[in-house]
Write a protein that binds this ligand. Sequence first.
Ligand SMILES: [Zn+2]
Ligand SMILES: [Zn+2]
Length: 121
Amino acid sequence: MDYQVRKIPSYRVIADSGGSRYRFFCDLSGAAVCTTNPIRALTADEELTLAWEREGKERFNMCTRCGKWVCNAMYNADVLECVDCSPWEDPPRFCQECGAIISKSETYCPKCGALLRYGGT
Ligand SMILES: [Zn+2]
Ligand SMILES: [Zn+2]
């Protein structure tokens, strides 16, 4: 595994009987995105890496412009940038595959799982 890219969002450690839980926060909204299961490793550094690699990372998106880790709601998947760098101009309203109404910012259709495309592209 290559751990050279160590940038992670802000986090907080919560002591738990089974180890340490890590709570990760969206760099943009500051919202708590996820809290990991208790993790125990030899060093705090290792725990953090495990927490992030195993459970944190998949809930986040990295802005390719500013490098922030943001939650799905703060990510413009069309250009792979956070909404701070690239605000939505035309969020999708319907799934092009099944016609489901999209009520909030989603990358994939909650009904059929199709990748949603943003207007004008
Ligand atoms: Zn950004
Ligand atoms: Zn759909």
